[in-house]
Design a protein around this ligand. Structure first.
Ligand SMILES: [Zn+2]
Length: 393
């Protein structure tokens, strides 16, 4: 009977609110089936009836809205040197958040202990909301189905660690996702009722390292094992004759070895401009430090060359830069744009936009909440949720 209740909920997640008649029109289901499904979602508190339905032929049609604040997701976007933890509503909007400095090289246990403490603080601050799921973003390749990191180039000690299992005490579904993928999902979904979905985009996460998330036809491209989009460790197209630079993944000549935050810190040190972290690189650029501006613009070109190939192969509608290094703004963007427009096919760049994310530091946690919601509200899982929420007969 509830086979398609997940599809009806998906309509509310996308549109925010709909009248009964609109649900019938969009879903193609019969009025009696729609009535049943709306009743099931209403009983579970996932949608609520609101006033002011539009009139069709004189009879007002009742109107319902997705009840985003029915429960919450705990999310954490783990970077190499810091993390953002947030409580998000069911629509992915963060409503309580906190940040911590960490060192991802210390391994999973110390870092996840910091996450536990951050989660406890958020839950207390928000007055103990009902939590329906947990989303964990990590800066490395993730075997999505298993919730584990696999052979991460930088996350020493994390290989194969059962991250989802660490959070089993919460007794809710746990999603583990690559940080660039979560950002790509956040960018692709509309944030206002009248906004449009971006079904084909590439999201670049630029911090200490470099990653990319690919959303095409509205779906994350994870590839067969979860490794898709690892642009930072593809070969950099640099034309000088010197030996390729060593990368921290063990290989040489990677894009990250020329354009990653850690590579910029290395190159700045070599010209006598010390920067302790990526945040300092960004502030040097903002202060107009000539060496920093030159190096970041050059990093943008290396990045642009790498992205140009993806643009020709995949023809996205937008490329969106996020992560700390993206705060360099135009200085970085100009290098990326220069190479992409120079090297990609004209048809692939005709309508292409290349811009810095407007989601700022919350891009990661927003995407994680949306992916956790996708899993929880999937047609295969929603029946279990509704049964749990149904009042005892
Ligand atoms: Zn590498």
């Amino acid at each position: 009977m509830r086979t398609h209740v997940g599809e009806v909920l998906a309509l509310f997640r996308e549109h925010g609110e709909l009248s009964r008649t609109e649900v019938i029109d969009v879903s193609g289901l019969s009025r009696s089936t729609v009535n049943q499904r709306l009743a099931a979602l209403d009983t579970a508190g996932l949608i609520s009836e609101i006033g002011g339905g539009s009139s069709t032929g004189g009879r007002p049609s009742s109107r319902f809205a997705f009840n985003r604040s029915r429960a919450a997701f705990l999310t954490v976007d783990i970077g190499a040197t810091g993390l953002v933890a947030a409580l998000c509503d069911l629509g992915g909007q963060p409503f309580a958040h906190t940040q911590r400095s960490i060192d991802v090289w210390e391994g999973p246990r110390p870092v996840l202990a910091v996450v536990d403490a951050a989660f406890a603080e958020l839950l207390e601050e928000a007055g103990g909301p009902e939590v329906w799921g947990i989303g964990i973003g990590v800066p490395g390749p993730v075997e999505f189905a298993a919730g584990r990191v696999v052979n991460p180039p930088i996350m020493t000690g994390w290989d194969g660690f059962d991250i989802a299992g660490w959070f089993s005490g919460y007794a809710v579904p746990v999603v583990v996702e690559n940080d660039a993928n979560s950002r790509a999902v956040a960018e692709s979904r509309p944030r206002a009722a009248d906004a449009v979905r971006h079904d084909d985009l590439i999201s670049l996460k630029l911090g200490t390292g470099i990653g990319s998330g690919l959303v095409f036809n509205g779906q994350i491209i994870r590839g067969s094992d979860g490794a898709a989009g690892d642009i930072g460790h593809t070969r950099a197209a640099v034309s000088d004759s010197s030996a390729p630079l060593p990368c921290r993944c063990g290989n040489v000549g990677c894009v990250e070895a020329y354009a990653g935050g850690w590579a910029l810190i290395r190159d700045l040190a070599a010209v006598g401009v010390p920067a302790a972290d990526v945040a300092e690189v960004v502030s040097l650029v903002r202060q107009g430090n000539l060496e920093a501006v030159r190096l970041v613009r050059q990093a943008g070109r290396v990045l642009g060359d790498a992205v140009a190939d993806l643009v020709s192969i995949l023809n996205p509608e937008s490329i969106i830069l996020s992560g700390q290094l993206a705060e360099c703004g135009e200085v970085l963007l100009s290098g990326v744009r220069e190479r992409v427009y120079q090297r990609s096919l004209p048809l692939a760049t005709r309508n292409l936009s290349i811009l810095v994310s407007s989601l700022g530091e919350f891009a990661g946690v927003t995407g994680l909440a949306l992916i956790t919601a996708d899993q929880l509200f999937d047609t295969g899982n929603i029946d279990t949720l509704l049964e749990r929420l149904a009042p005892a007969a």
